[in-house]
Write a protein that binds this ligand. Structure first.
Ligand code: ZN
Ligand code: ZN
Ligand code: ZN
Length: 295
């Protein structure tokens, strides 16, 4: 692979932060990097051996160490109290005398312990925590047994991690076969759960939209009613004004009539009075002096 230390790197470890991405990548069985497609397999850690920080022996921690009273240098096997003195001391294993550090898997003491540990795990996989799968380094595999992994049988119990089980039935002698890491069920469950999640979301959004539309319609109705009542009020006012105007008009005309009638009547009465008076005077005087005026 380009960009790696040697162009011939066969394995690249990729760490995923997202569980779903991790599963979908394993399910697709392929990853695209720099225009090339690469085969993807689940990374399984090999069993690690607990090694004491004081005596460099496997199987216990420094806190419970009963083998040494001081920290032993893993390089030269001397007293490591003065750390500075052991930065470049000679590498000679204090377990076996070999040219390796005392904590190296090259040391038969560590290696044998690890072999025994793996054997125990193989015989008692139920001692592993559920959901844990361990890769068996080829050195520790039985020649006839193709098993590459140790897994806790407890993981059969329930759902979400069952996918990892399939890898153990991968037939290594079949060149076409590839470990199908996650069975379709898991994928379906995952995508189904995404699907149902989406459906839920769509439903709730649709519901909200409906609510908004309803309240909008109600609001509109209220505005309509207000508008109508407003218009009605204006019409009412207009009508009243018109009526008022009409009444005023009628009053004016009535007044006119009344005034002119009164004027006429009054005029007539006055004339009649004058006529009578003049006639009386004329009779009294016996004169014809005002005849012209009366007529
Ligand atoms: Zn120890
Ligand atoms: Zn040393
Ligand atoms: Zn050694």
């Amino acid at each position: 692979m380009h960009g790696t230390k040697s162009e011939y790197t066969r394995h690249v470890k990729i760490e995923m932060l997202n569980r779903r991405e991790y599963e979908s990548l394993l399910n697709s069985g392929k990853v695209n990097l720099m225009d090339d497609s690469y085969e993807v397999n689940e990374f399984l850690p090999a069993p690690k051996v607990l090694i004491c920080g004081r005596c460099n022996r496997p199987g216990h921690t420094k806190k419970y160490c009963q083998s040494s009273a001081f920290d032993i240098c893993r390089r030269c096997g001397g007293d490591r109290t003065n750390i500075q003195a052991h930065k470049s001391c000679i590498v000679k294993c204090h377990h076996c005398g070999g040219e390796h550090e005392a904590t190296s898997y090259k040391c038969p003491l560590i290696s044998d312990f690890r072999r025994e540990l793996i054997k125990q795990l193989k015989n008692h996989p139920e001692r592993l925590p559920p959901q844990v799968q361990l890769f068996i380094p080829s050195d520790y595999r039985n020649k006839k047994d193709g098993a590459r992994t140790i897994f806790s049988s407890r993981q059969y119990d329930s759902g979400p991690y069952q996918k990892s089980v399939n890898q153990n039935y991968y037939d290594r002698n079949d060149s076409q076969a590839r470990p199908s890491v996650a069975p379709a069920i898991t994928t379906d469950t995952t995508s189904a759960s995404i699907q149902s999640e989406l459906n839920e979301k769509i439903k709730s959004l649709a519901k909200r939209l409906e609510d908004v539309e309803k309240s909008h319609a109600a609001e509109k109705e209220i505005i309509n009613l207000k508008y109508k009542s407003h218009i009605a009020a204006i019409n009412q006012a207009w009508l009243l004004m018109e009526q008022g105007y009409e009444i005023q008009r009628k009053m004016i005309s009535k007044t006119n009539v009344a005034v002119s009638e009164i004027m006429f009547d009054t005029g007539l009465l006055v004339t009649e009075d004058i006529y009578t008076t003049v006639k009386n005077i004329k009779t009294a005087l016996g004169s014809t002096e005002f005849d012209q005026t009366i007529q």
